[in-house]
Design a binder for this molecule. Structure first.
Ligand code: COA
Length: 326
């Protein structure tokens, strides 16, 4: 028994923040941002828009693509680091919106790898026969934890959501998933404001409780990302006794175009076989892999039967991959 992706969906908020908009409010330039990151614009959630709103839009699109109803969903796994509430968890809030009462629902924090972590867990439920329609979501409102006075991070992040529906299949399907974490790198990329710490410093965006912002040592994260993503690609291919020539599409975390280029080079894949969407939405953390998957599917690049390699690395650091037959 395998689990197989039977539908994808995504959502980007309406408001667009371009590099030219950022030029007007900080010491940066469109040319610098494009050259160093590949990003041209990002989407920003409206003040009244919530993480759950975005997750719901992406989920309904994925269910429609799968030809399934919300009532069919029997597992919800959400990756997010910007939930609306500490609890109930983001999966449960989404479940209430969709109206699939009773189905187990959870969210997990693995930063940009959150979707891959959630996918790996949901895959095991489906393979074990415990789920016939698993909704796996990555949804993130990073604009609410981004410090717009810090040009080294403000240019990178955006908001968005992506979702997939997993169903059982006798044909592959997800072939393998690989997850890792190394907390010794926590100082490189983090966001304080955890509730156990008590009231955190920093202004309250959009009337939310005080919270600190994302902090990052960009060039070190860059080096670690290139090394660890290169390693997990080798691990994934070796576990499946394949070499890179078998891969139709690399669907990487959209953090920085140069990191994507380095990953593709390590794999020996031409960039024509890499789904790159970063220019449209910047780094949307856990939403970026399902967003890229959905965009690549809907524009006709990714086809049924293609072999896809998904990979991501995020704060922690956490990193993960999935090899799947689409
Ligand atoms: N506009 C213009 N100049 C900027 C800038 C901006 N938005 N941000 C930083 N700079 C400047 C720096 O101040 C520095 O100036 P200096 O040389 O005078 O000190 C110079 O650009 C180089 O800074 P550096 O941080 O070394 O640049 P970089 O090439 O490493 O690019 C990042 C910065 C953030 C784009 C890059 O490090 C990166 O993408 N890292 C990985 C981030 C990531 O993927 N994070 C998420 C992982 S999930």
């Amino acid at each position: 028994m395998y689990s197989r992706i039977v539908g994808t969906g995504s959502y980007l908020p309406e408001r667009v923040l371009t590099n030219f908009d950022l030029e007007k409010c900080m010491d940066t330039s469109d040319a610098w941002i494009r050259e160093r990151t590949g990003i041209e614009r990002r989407h920003i959630a409206a003040p009244g828009e919530s993480n759950t709103d975005m997750a719901e839009r992406a989920s309904r699109a994925a269910l429609a693509a799968a030809g399934m109803q919300p009532a069919d969903v029997d597992l919800i796994a959400v990756g997010t680091t910007t939930p609306d509430l500490v609890f109930p968890n983001a999966g449960t809030l989404l479940q209430e919106r969709l109206g699939c009462r009773g189905a187990p629902a959870f969210s997990l924090e693995a930063a940009c790898s959150g979707f891959i972590y959630a996918l790996a867990i949901a895959d095991k439920f489906v393979r074990a026969g415990d789920s016939r329609c698993a909704l796996v979501v990555g949804s993130e409102i990073l604009s609410r934890i981004t410090d717009y006075s810090d040009r080294s991070t403000a240019i990178l992040f955006g908001d968005g959501a992506g979702a997939v529906v997993l169903a059982p299949s006798s044909e592959p399907g997800i072939l393998s998933t690989h997850l890792h974490a190394d907390g010794s790198y926590q100082h490189l990329l983090y966001c304080t404001g955890g509730p156990a710490r008590g009231a955190a410093p920093g202004p309250a965006p959009n009337g939310l409780p005080p919270m600190d912002y994302v902090r990052m040592h960009g060039s070190e994260v860059f080096r670690v990302a290139v090394t660890l993503l290169g390693r997990i690609v080798d691990e994934t291919l070796a576990a499946n006794h394949m070499d890179c020539s078998a891969i139709d599409w690399l669907v990487p975390h959209q953090a920085n175009y140069r990191i994507i280029q380095a990953s593709a080079k390590k794999l020996g894949l031409p960039l024509e076989r890499v789904i790159v969407t970063i220019q449209e939405h910047g780094n949307t953390s856990t939403a970026s892999v399902p967003l890229a998957l959905d965009i690549g599917t809907r524009d006709g690049r990714i086809k049924r039967g293609d072999l896809l390699l998904l990979e991501a690395l995020g704060g922690g650091v956490t990193w993960g991959s999935a090899l799947l037959r689409y």
